[in-house]
Design a protein around this ligand. Structure first.
Ligand code: SF4
Ligand code: SF4
Length: 113
């Protein structure tokens, strides 16, 4: 067939190249610079201003009161990983980490506080 003749050089060329896929989860790719994964919250830096919750695009970040202090909590099920809360925080209390393995069975299980 005509297409087979066209495909053979392409296939042979691919055999000598390194695969572009990896055997996840046994092997993992490095995430690119600026990747926005699971949020890490630094309570010690937080002043309870509420800017993160105010600017959150999906209501994933809400303010609560705990131990007489206002502080945010983050529901990773609602988070769109936009990074706006990290941008808005005046105290660098929010960090978007490189962690991307967030699969879980039930909603609301991954709350960052
Ligand atoms: S990354 Fe975006 S969606 Fe997620 S908590 Fe922050 S502002 Fe909200
Ligand atoms: S914006 Fe930063 S300092 Fe203000 S409540 Fe959120 S985490 Fe705390």
């Amino acid at each position: 067939m005509k297409t087979t003749g066209v495909m053979i050089p392409t296939l042979l060329g691919r055999i000598s190249k390194k695969p572009v896929t990896v055997l996840y989860p046994f092997e993992k790719l490095e995430v690119p610079p600026g990747f926005r994964g699971k949020i890490k919250f630094h309570l010690d830096k937080c002043i309870g201003c509420g800017m993160c919750a105010k600017d959150c695009v999906s209501a994933a970040c809400i303010m609560i009161e705990k131990d007489d202090k206002k502080r945010p909590i983050f529901d990773m099920d609602k988070c769109t990983f936009c990074g706006q809360c990290e941008e808005s925080c005046p105290k660098d209390a929010i960090e978007m980490t490189e962690e991307y393995e967030l699969a879980h069975l039930n909603r609301g299980e991954v709350i960052v506080e």
